[in-house]
Design a protein around this ligand. Structure first.
Ligand code: DAH
Length: 343
């Protein structure tokens, strides 16, 4: 009993003298004195050696000492625990939430959607085709046989593994895929990305977007083509917009034309956009060549149709006042987040 009392007294002094604000030392303290193999457990073990009539007193001493040690540990711990910082304080649930940054549509998508929705009102459905095409769909079926000089009009990316594959140079390839399906009549709009081996600059890029249109039925005439495109221009550029058709050449249409719209930037007075002509070229078009119909298993004696193809970037640049084509593909959020138009 004397032994126990002495030991407790020594430890009490040792513990009282132990001061620290270092959390890891506090933990060492806990392990040393209060841990499962700690000194307190050790002392408790001595209880069975105490004479039976002194057990009660010894028990009380030990208990008191245990409480003392625990209290000292709690004091040390409180002093060494970092003070609760602002972020630990409970959130004020009545505050308004942080707004998530909401993405906006890409200007090319906005432009494409606007164009597509105008033709959808005329009953055109939307179709897409593959970006990697075979020679037949991109050239051959479109009346552009191998070595035809018109192939030089487009600088083509060929796929190394298979010389028959190309990155499509225009969305006209999707016309072929739609006609091949053999379901007539066809009234289709085909938006997509196209690729050409061109030097990247403010005015040209190695990929851009086009929208292709195709209408095949019995008795489709050039007048239908003109009226359809005229409707489009009125919807797109307003009732004051004028159009003009210039004869042109595309291997897959006969006759072929290019369509200009009166310059909506300067009201036809002449500016840098229309190069002082008062007109802006917006698309190529024509009556689908009989060879193209035949290539797709459609009888040109029974059916006729028109097609047109237009770029998306250029009208988007004009609409949003973008002066560098490269901005569309650089994905700079400072550029992209400006386009929150409802269209
Ligand atoms: N494919 C042509 C180009 O990329 C555009 C074009 C012209 C498409 C006339 C047509 C068309 O459907 O009839 O320049």
């Amino acid at each position: 009993m004397k032994n126990l009392r002495d030991q407790i007294e020594n430890l009490r002094q040792e513990i009282s003298a132990f001061q620290t604000q270092d959390l890891s030392q506090v933990e060492e303290f806990r392990i040393k004195y209060l841990g499962t193999k700690g000194l307190l457990k050790n002392l408790m073990g001595l209880l069975k050696e105490v004479a039976p009539e002194q057990k009660k007193e010894a028990g009380q001493l030990l208990n008191e000492f245990k409480q003392f040690t625990e209290a000292h540990y709690e004091t040390l711990r409180a002093a060494s625990t970092p003070k609760a910082s602002a972020k630990d304080t409970p959130a004020d649930l009545s505050l308004p939430g942080d707004a998530f940054p909401v993405g906006s549509r890409h200007p090319v998508t906005l432009m494409r959607n606007q164009i597509v929705s105008i033709f959808q009102r005329l009953g055109f459905a939307v179709a897409e085709g593959p970006e990697i095409e075979d020679d037949w769909h991109n050239f051959g079926a479109l009346n552009l046989p191998a070595h035809h000089p018109a192939r030089d009009m487009q600088d083509t990316f060929y796929i190394q593994q298979n010389p028959d594959w190309v990155l499509r140079t225009h969305t006209s390839s999707v016309q072929i895929r739609e006609m091949e399906k053999g379901k007539l009549p066809i009234r289709m709009l085909m938006p997509g990305r196209v690729f050409r081996n061109e030097t990247i600059s403010a005015r040209s890029h190695c990929f851009f977007h086009q929208i292709e249109g195709l209408y095949i039925d019995k008795n489709v005439s050039f007048a239908d083509l003109k009226q359809t495109l005229y409707f489009f221009v009125q919807e797109m550029y307003g009732p004051q917009a004028k159009v003009r058709f210039r004869p042109s050449y595309f291997p897959f249409t006969e006759p072929s034309a290019e369509m200009d719209v009166s310059c909506f930037i300067c009201d036809s007075k002449g500016c840098h956009v229309c190069k002082k002509t008062g007109w802006v070229e917006i698309l190529g078009c024509g009556m689908v060549h009989p060879n193209v119909l035949t290539n797709c298993g459609i009888d040109p004696e029974q059916y006729s149709g028109f097609a047109f193809g237009m770029g998306v970037e250029r009208p988007a640049m004009l609409k949003y006042g973008v002066n560098d084509l490269r901005l569309f593909s650089e994905n700079d959020v400072r550029f992209l987040k400006q386009f929150t138009a409802a269209t």
